[in-house]
Every structure is written in structure tokens, then in C-alpha cells.
Design a protein around this ligand. Structure first.
Ligand code: SPV
Ligand code: MG
Length: 434
């Protein structure tokens, strides 16, 4: 008679004695099949694992007691249970409470229907994967691991959520902010190094007046206290001869992507639209810039994303489409389409048309003006990456201004107490302070 089949689902990003214990227990009941969560399955619910699927598979298939490793492509066990029809599923009893309790109910129902059994084993106290993720975060990352993350996220998630960061403090918020919403844990997937907020935070206009060296100094502070991937706003990319150095410098720092816009002359912020005179580059010249950048990069992981300013300049979706197709042919790894139209209709039309031509090439949008549209809807249009391009700075400035004015009005600071975080909190905010 064939051995009994035992199913155990796991992410296996960080192995620890609790997991080895459950593997050992599971193997006692028969052939233990590990349902190894894919990046996609994890990304639906929480931050991406540090190790790739293949790296995690290599670890797990070499653990004593594991008979087979299969991918689990959904957060829910149900599709794999129906497919594999195991005699047992084994799980730690920690899922009796918290967000996994619903999952537990479904598993009991399906296993009963399939004639199998659920085994629950006592959760190993004092050690768990979430705690270890915190520890690992404090260890940091490497430029290579960080750089690869953006491509992994684009492959794994319906939409990658990026937030602007102009200093280390923003970086820490983006790294750690977590909110439970719609049965999942929502996090930011990475950071946008914005030319607008990098310039504004230095009291400078957004006209490429802050040079790369200066921007990198700030970026370094962000790199030091975070692990998530970074997309760099490269403005026009400057002269082709200079852009090739920018690419190498960013790549060396572990930045995942640079976005360059097809403008020439004195660049002004796009949100001025046609109120500012802005000249679009020729297709031919911009293609040469993209090509030179792609030739300059050292790894296969770094991305050069071409930003199309046709809609900002008052031109048609046809013009944007023509450029998008040319830029992809020149080697662009993705397209950013920008608009300051409030409806989002032009972006929608572009995305749907672009998807017909290039089903897979990543599309990036910056919904600052059409911000009534939910991420889910953008994903349905074919968008891969959503950038909240300036919101950390735009929210910080009014709060600081109000505090300054309140002190001026009262000639003391008592009245700002409720607007400020307690001293104790700020002292403990930065890891490693105590
Ligand atoms: C930035 O954040 O600097 C950008 C996006 O380039 S936008 O300001 O909308 O042009
Ligand atoms: Mg910019």
C-alpha cells in the first residue's frame, strides 16, 4: 500500500527549530510534501521573502524528512489540497487565533470533504518567523539583493506599491509601516527617490539643480536604514555621455531602476503641464540615450525605465504609443506614462492600448492628479508599479509650518504638545539608540 501523504505549507525564508520540529512531526505520518509558497503567494499578504523561491527550495528539499517540494501559488492551501488530496495536513496551532483563523476553518472543511485529517501541533514558544524577519531586517541587506527585489516584486504582485522617500526618516517609515486591510497586511514595496522632493527639501526648484553627488548623499542615508528596493528619478538623464556614468553609479549602490523622461533643455516639473515651456526629446535621440544606458550597466538586474511626457505636453495618446513602442525597441525595461489629467482616462487608454502590443513590459504610473483610482483598478488596466511620488514631503511640510506658526502666536511651545510626538518616542524611534 502506498504511503500516506502529508501536506505542510511553508515560506521557509528563515529556517528555525520550530519549523524543523513540525517537519519531523509531519514525517511521522507518511511522505511529507512541502507546499513551498511562491513569491506571488507571499506577496499577496506580506513582504516578499528575503530568499528567492529557488533558494528556499534548495534549502527545504535537503532537510531530513522532506519527501517532495511543490509550489504553493496562493496564500490559501485549498487549491493544493484539492489537487494533491493528502491524507493529512499539518500546521502549528498558532493559526487558531489571528488572521489565519479563517484559513484554518476552510482547511478543516476541505480536509473533511476529502476524507483527510488536520493535525495541529503545539507552536514552538519563543521563536517564530516574524520575530526572525525583524532580526534579519536589522542586519540589513546588500546592494545586489536589494537591486534584484524590484524585478521579483513586479513578477510576484498584481501591483507594486512605491512611496517617495527624501531622507532616512521617510525610509524608516516606508520600511516598517504595516496596515491590516481587507484581510491582508499592506506594506510599501519600495521607495521613489523623487527629484521634486529631493530638490524641495533642500529649498531648490525641481530643475535638475541638485546634482547626482548631492542626491546620492541623501540616498545613502536611506540605504543605510532600509532594505527595500529603490527607484531613482533620473530627470532627463542629462547628456548621453553623462547618463552612462549615472547608470553605473546607481547600479553600484544597489538601486533597482532609474526612470528618465523624454525632455530636453531646462527641465521643469511635469505637474506644471503646459503652463511651463517644456520641450520633448526626439524619439531618435531619446532611444540613443536608453540604448547607451543599457550598454553601460553591469548586471542584468538593473532597469532603465523610459518616461513618456507626451500627455503632459498636451500631445495625444497616439504620440505616447509611438514613443512607447520605440523606447521598448531601444531596450527600455519598462515604460512610465505620466499625465496631470484629473480623470485618469488618458492613462487608462494608453495602458489598455500598450498592453495589446506588449503584454509583459512593466508599466509605471504616478497617480498624483487622478488619485481617486484604486490600485486594484490600475492593476486591471495593466499597470505594474504605482508611485506615490511626493506624499511624505507634502504631508510633513504643512505639519511643520503649523507648529512653527503656533509657537510664534503663543510665544511658547506648550500649545504644540499635541502636534508633536512625545520626546520619549523620538528617543526610541531610531533602532540602536539605547
Ligand atoms: C518627481 O517626483 O520628481 C517626479 C514625478 O518626477 S512628478 O513630480 O509628478 O513629475
Ligand atoms: Mg522628477
Amino acid at each position: 500500500m502506498a504511503n500516506k501523504k502529508v501536506y505542510l505549507g511553508m515560506v521557509a525564508d528563515i529556517m528555525h527549530p520550530g519549523l524543523i520540529n513540525i517537519i519531523k512531526e509531519g514525517a511521522k505520518y507518511g511522505d511529507l510534501i512541502i507546499g513551498l509558497y511562491t513569491d506571488k503567494a507571499v506577496a499577496e499578504h506580506k513582504r516578499l521573502p528575503f530568499l528567492t523561491y529557488d533558494q528556499r527550495r534548495q534549502v527545504v528539499e535537503n532537510i531530513k524528512g522532506v519527501a517532495e517540494v511543490v509550489p504553493q501559488d496562493e496564500w490559501s492551501y485549498i487549491p493544493n489540497l484539492r489537487k494533491l488530496r493528502p491524507d493529512y495536513i499539518i500546521h502549528g496551532d498558532d493559526w487558531k487565533t489571528g488572521i489565519d483563523s479563517e484559513l484554518r476553518g476552510e482547511v478543516f472543511e476541505v480536509m473533511k470533504e476529502l476524507g483527510g485529517k488536520v493535525i495541529e501541533i503545539p507552536y514552538t514558544k519563543g521563536i517564530n518567523s516574524s520575530g526572525l524577519v525583524e532580526e534579519e531586517k536589522s542586519l540589513g541587506t546588500t546592494p545586489e539583493v536589494r537591486m534584484k527585489c524590484l524585478r521579483r516584486l513586479i513578477a510576484a504582485k498584481p501591483v507594486v506599491r512605491i512611496m517617495e522617500a527624501h531622507d532616512g526618516l521617510c525610509g524608516l517609515i516606508i520600511e516598517n509601516a504595516e496596515v491590516q486591510a481587507n484581510g491582508k497586511t499592506n506594506v510599501f514595496d519600495g521607495m521613489w527617490s523623487s527629484s521634486l522632493t529631493d530638490s524641495t527639501s533642500k529649498g531648490k526648484p525641481d530643475i535638475e539643480a541638485v546634482d547626482l553627488t548631492t542626491r546620492l548623499q541623501d540616498l545613502n542615508n536611506i540605504l543605510e536604514c532600509t532594505t527595500k528596493p529603490i527607484i531613482f528619478d533620473g530627470d532627463t538623464g542629462g547628456k548621453i555621455e553623462h547618463f552612462v556614468f549615472t547608470v553605473r553609479t546607481l547600479e553600484r549602490h544597489g538601486i533597482s531602476a532609474v526612470i528618465i523622461e523624454d525632455k530636453v533643455g531646462l527641465k521643469k516639473n511635469s505637474l506644471f503641464g503646459t503652463d511651463a515651456i517644456q520641450t520633448q526629446d526626439t524619439i531618435e535621440h531619446f532611444c540613443r540615450k536608453i540604448h547607451a544606458g543599457k550598454e553601460a550597466q553591469v548586471t542584468d538586474d538593473f532597469m532603465i525605465i523610459a518616461r513618456i511626457e507626451s500627455l503632459i505636453a498636451g500631445k495625444s495618446v497616439d504620440d505616447a504609443m509611438e514613443r512607447a513602442i520605440a523606447y521598448v525597441n531601444a531596450g527600455a525595461d519598462g515604460i512610465m506614462i505620466h499625465s496631470k489629467n484629473k480623470s485618469g482616462e488618458d492613462i487608462r487608454e494608453f495602458c489598455l492600448r500598450f498592453r495589446n502590443v506588449h503584454p509583459k513590459v512593466p508599466v509605471v504610473v504616478v497617480p498624483t492628479t487622478y488619485n481617486h483610482i484604486y490600485e486594484k483598478e490600475l492593476a486591471e488596466w495593466g499597470v505594474n508599479v504605482v508611485i506615490y511620488a511626493n506624499h511624505m514631503l507634502r504631508s510633513a511640510y504643512p505639519a511643520m509650518k503649523k507648529t512653527a506658526e503656533t509657537i510664534l502666536k503663543n510665544e511658547r511651545s506648550l500649545e504644540v504638545n499635541d502636534m508633536c510626538m512625545p520626546i520619549k518616542e523620538i528617543l526610541e524611534l531610531i533602532p540602536g539608540t539605547k
